[in-house]
Write a protein that binds this ligand. Sequence first.
Ligand code: PEP
Ligand code: MN
Length: 338
Amino acid sequence: MIITMKQDVTDIEFSNLKKFFEDKGFLVKDISGAELKVIGIVGDTAKLDIEMIKCIPGVQNVTRIQASYKLASLAFHHEPTVIDVKGVKIGGGKFIVAAGPCSVETEEQIISVAKSVKASGSHLLRGGAFKPRTSPYSFQGLEAEGLDLLMKAREVTGLPIVTEIMSEDMIDRFVKDVDIIQVGARNMQNFHLLKALGRTNKPILLKRGPSATIEEWLMSAEYILAEGNPNVILCERGIRTFEKYTRNTLDLSSVLAVKQLSHLPVLVDPSHSAGRWDMVEDLSKAALAVGADGIIVEVHNDPERALCDGNQSLKPEKFDRMMKKLRLIAPIVDKEME
Ligand code: PEP
Ligand code: MN
C-alpha cells in the first residue's frame, strides 16, 4: 500500500502516521522524493480500511498494490483450483456442463429432463427448488419437496445435483442432500449466508450479482474462503446494463479477468444472460472459446408450459445438438470435455 501525504503535512502528522502502521505490525518504508512525502506499507494490508486511512490527518491519497482479496487471488495461490464433485472435476482444463430446468416442477418433469441431459452427456443436473422470483405472486418453487425430487433424479441418473439456497436455515439440509450449493445472483452480497456457507465444506457455486463489479464478486468469494471453505466455483450470469434486447448482458471478458486475477474455476450461465433460448448455443460456444471451465444451462422438456424461464430453456433435442458441437470445439480451444 502506498500513501501520499498532503503538501502541508506536519512532521508530527507524518510520524504519527508511521507509528499508526508500525503499532499494527507493518513495516513502513519512507519513499519520499524531492516534492512529495510518500510511504510504502509492507505486510498483509488486505485487512486495512482504505477509507479510514484517508481520514488520517496529513493523508492525501492511498493506493492499494495488493488486491483486497487474498485467498481468492492468483498472486497467493498459483495453481488453478480443481473442485471434485463426486468425480466431476471442475477447473484445470476441463469443460463441464450442468443442465436442467429452471425449477423442479413435478417428479415426471425432473426425471424426464435429468434422463435426457444425462443421455446428451451433461455432467451435473441443475434445478431450482427455492426460487428467487421478482414477484411474490410467481411460482416460488417446490422448496423441500423439490429437493426430494432432485435427489430422486440423482438416484435415477447418477448425476450430482446443483441447486440454489436462499437462507441460512436450510444449510443443514443442503449440506446433507445437495452436491453443489448455488448462491444466486441476488444473494451474492448476503454476507451472513456467505459466511455460514464458508463454515461448511460443500462446493459453492457463487453467481455474480446483476450489478456487481468483478472485484465485488471476488470479495464475496473471499467471504466463503476466509471462513475455511476452499470449494468456491464462480459463475458469470450476465450483468444489468442499459441494453434491453437481452435479459442481461453477458460479460465474457469477466471470465478472462477472473483467470487473470484468481485461481478459482468459473462457469458461464448463457440462459440467464440472454434470457432467450435462441442465443444459448452460440453463447455457450463463446464461453468455451473464452476459457470458461463450463456452463450451467436451462433445459426443459416442455418450455412453453414451464413455470419459470421457459423462454430461455432449450428443448432436450436442441441441448443434445449443442453438446455435440461443444465436444467438437473443445479440443480446438485446449479444453477437455468428457
Ligand atoms: C437460477 O440459476 O435459477 C437463477 C435464478 O439464476 P440467477 O441467480 O443467476 O438469476
Ligand atoms: Mn431460471
